[in-house]
Design a protein around this ligand. Structure first.
Ligand SMILES: NC(=O)C1=CN([C@@H]2O[C@H](COP(=O)(O)OP(=O)(O)OC[C@H]3O[C@@H](n4cnc5c(N)ncnc54)[C@H](O)[C@@H]3O)[C@@H](O)[C@H]2O)[C@@H](O)CC1
Ligand SMILES: [K+]
Length: 492
C-alpha cells in the first residue's frame, strides 16, 4: 500500500526529522541533499548521459528551488551545461546557489535564458508543497515556454501550480513528463487535474518514513489487491467463497444484468444469484447463475447484494431496492439505485451493514452538492454524511469511508469510458464484498482490478464492456503475480 501524505503531514515529519538533527542522528541539510541526489539520479537515468546536455533549472524563492539548485549542481559536476533561472533572485536558496556556481553552472534573472525552448532538460523548481494558487505571470510564461519545448520536463516534488493536497489547478501550472517527489507521494500527484500535470511519478526516499503520521489516503498495489483474490483453499466450497446477489436489468434492458452477473462470476464468486425481470437474458448468458424471476427474498441466501444497473427507478424498483437495503448484508448501490438513494437518502443512512455507493460526477451531484476540484474531499464529505463508502468514479477513481480513510486508484484508463463498464465494476465489487472484507479497501481493490482489466483489454484495441468480463480471469491471474507495482510506471 502506498501512503499519500499531505503537505502538512510531510512538513510535520520534516520537523520531527529536524529534531533528529539536533540529536545529531541526521546531518543538517541532509533531507535536501538526499532529495537533490534522488532527483539528479532520476534525471540522469532518463537522459542516459550528462556530458554536454543542456539543462535549464527554474528556481523559485523557497526550498523547492533549493532542491532544484542542488540537483543542477550534481548534473553540472557531471558535465551538463546548466543554467539556473532565478524567479526571485533575492530569495534563491543561498547554499544551493553556491553549490551550482561551484559546479560551473550559470545563473540568470527571471527574464530567462535564450535557450529555454532548446533545453534537453527543464527542472521545475518554482514551487513545491509551499505553493498556493496558480503560477504568477512571470513563472507561468517560463513554464509555458518550457512545456512546449522538445526537452524532458521534470517537476521537483510537485508540478508548480498544482495543489499538492488535492490536485486542484486553479490557474497556470506546469505540465511535466515526470515528477520526482520526496518522502511521500502527495495526493495531488495522483488525483484530479494534478494527475494529468504530474506525468510519471517517482518517489525518492529521503528518510522521512519513521517520522510520517499514518496516512489517511492510500493507493493500492497489485500485491494489496492480490490479497482479495486468493485462490480457493482445499476446504472451500461455493458458499464459503462468497455468494453474490444481483438485482439489475429489466426485460427490455437485460444487458446490465448480464454484464454485472458475468463480472461477479468471473471475479471470484462461488455462486451468483440473480433476482429480477431480466432473468431470461441472464439464464441464456450465464447458465452458472441461479436465477429467479421473483423478488430478492426469493433468490435464496446471499452474502452481498449488487443493486441498480438498468433496474429502473419506478415504484417496483424502489421497493426492490428498499428490500435489499433492509437486509444486514453489504450492498453495492449503483446506477439507477443511486438515483433512488439520492431521492431518499434515509434508505442508506440508517444501515448498519456496509453500503458502497458508486457514483460518477453527475450521479454524485444528485445527492445535493457537486464534486469540486478536491475529489477526495468531496467523496469524504458524502461518505461522512451518509455513513456509507463512496466510490467516486473518474480518471483516478476515489474511494472514501465515513471515517475519512480514502483510496485513490492507480490503474484507471480512459479506454474504460464506454457503455456498460460501470455494470462490470458493480459486479466485481459485489463479488469481493461477499467475502466479508472491509468495505472501503474492498471497493478500492475492485476499482484497481477493473482498471487493470481495462488496461489488459485495451492492449488489443478499443474495448467494450464484455471484453472486461472475458479478460477478468486473466487479469486476476496477473494481479496475483508478485512484484507488480501501484504507481504508474513507478520507480519508487
Ligand atoms: N518538507 C520537507 O521535508 C522537505 C522539503 N523539501 C523541499 O522544500 C519544498 C517546500 O519548500 P518551501 O516550504 O520553502 O516552499 P516552496 O519552495 O514550495 O514555495 C515557497 C515559495 O514559493 C512562493 N510561491 C507560493 N505560491 C506561489 C505561486 N503560485 N507562484 C509562484 N510562487 C509562489 C512563495 O512566496 C515562496 O517564496 C518541498 O516541496 C520540497 O521540494 C526538500 O528539500 C526535502 C525536505
Ligand atoms: K515544483
Amino acid at each position: 500500500m502506498i501512503g499519500l501524505s499531505t503537505a502538512a503531514e510531510v512538513r510535520a515529519a520534516e520537523v520531527r526529522a529536524a529534531e533528529d538533527v539536533l540529536l545529531a542522528r541526521t546531518r543538517e541539510g541532509a533531507l535536501m541533499r538526499r532529495a537533490a541526489t534522488g532527483l539528479a539520479t532520476v534525471c540522469l537515468r532518463r537522459l542516459g548521459r550528462a556530458h554536454g546536455v543542456r539543462v535549464t533549472v527554474l528556481v523559485g524563492g523557497g526550498n523547492n528551488g533549493g532542491d532544484a539548485l542542488f540537483a543542477g549542481a550534481h548534473l553540472a559536476a557531471r558535465g551538463a551545461r546548466v543554467t539556473a533561472v532565478l524567479l526571485d533572485p533575492g530569495r534563491a536558496h543561498p547554499a544551493g546557489l553556491a553549490a551550482l556556481r561551484r559546479a560551473g553552472g550559470r545563473v540568470t534573472g527571471p527574464e530567462g535564458p535564450d535557450g529555454l525552448d532548446r533545453a534537453d532538460l527543464v527542472l521545475d523548481g518554482i514551487v513545491g508543497i509551499g505553493g498556493r494558487g496558480g503560477l504568477r505571470p512571470a513563472a507561468a510564461a517560463l513554464a509555458e515556454r518550457a512545456a512546449t519545448g522538445p526537452g524532458l520536463t521534470v517537476a521537483v516534488d510537485v508540478p508548480s501550480g498544482v495543489d499538492a493536497d488535492t490536485g486542484a489547478v486553479e490557474g497556470a501550472a506546469f505540465p511535466v513528463l515526470h515528477t520526482v517527489t520526496f518522502g511521500a507521494v502527495k495526493p495531488g500527484l495522483v488525483v484530479g487535474d494534478g494527475r494529468g500535470y504530474a506525468g510519471t511519478v517517482h518517489l525518492v526516499d529521503i528518510g522521512l518514513g519513521p517520522h510520517l503520521a499514518p496516512p489517511r489516503a492510500h493507493q493500492l498495489t497489485d500485491a494489496d489487491v492480490a490479497a482479495h483474490l486468493q485462490p480457493p483453499e482445499p476446504g472451500d466450497d461455493k458458499y464459503s467463497r462468497g455468494v453474490v446477489g444481483v438485482v439489475a436489468g429489466s426485460a427490455t434492458y437485460p444487458g446490465a444484468a448480464v454484464l454485472c452477473t458475468g463480472a461477479a462470476l468471473r471475479t471470484r464468486a462461488g455462486l451468483v444469484r440473480y433476482a429480477g425481470t431480466a432473468g431470461d437474458g441472464v439464464r441464456a448468458a450465464w447458465p452458472e447463475a441461479i436465477v429467479t424471476d421473483g423478488r430478492p427474498a426469493d433468490a435464496g441466501r446471499v452474502q452481498a447484494w449488487v443493486a441498480g444497473p438498468g433496474m429502473g427507478t419506478d415504484d417496483d424498483a424502489r421497493s426492490v431496492l428498499a428490500e435489499v437495503l433492509a437486509t444486514d448484508l453489504p450492498v453495492v448501490v449503483d446506477a439507477d439505485a443511486l438515483t433512488m438513494a439520492a431521492r431518499e437518502p434515509a434508505l442508506v443512512r440508517g444501515r448498519d451493514a456496509p453500503t458502497v455507493l458508486t457514483p460518477h460526477d453527475r450521479e454524485f451531484e444528485r445527492f445535493g452538492v457537486p464534486v469540486d476540484a478536491d475529489r477526495v474531499g468531496s467523496a469524504r464529505r458524502l461518505a461522512a454524511e451518509l455513513g456509507a463508502v463512496v466510490l467516486l468514479k473518474g480518471d483516478a477513481t476515489v474511494v472514501a469511508a465515513p471515517d475519512g480513510t480514502a483510496y485513490v486508484n492507480a490503474t484507471g484508463t480512459s479506454e474504460l469510458a464506454t457503455a456498460g463498464t460501470g455494470d462490470v465494476l458493480a459486479g466485481i465489487l459485489g463479488a469481493l464484498l461477499a467475502t466479508g472484507t472491509p468495505a472501503a479497501e474492498t471497493a478500492a481493490a475492485a476499482a484497481h482490478l477493473h482498471g487493470r482489466t481495462g488496461q489488459l483489454a485495451a492492449e488489443r484495441g478499443p474495448l467494450i464492456a464484455g471484453d472486461l468480463v472475458r479478460r477478468l480471469p486473466e487479469t486476476v491471474g496477473r494481479v496475483r503475480e508478485p512484484g507488480t507495482g501501484g504507481l504508474r510506471d513507478s520507480e519508487a
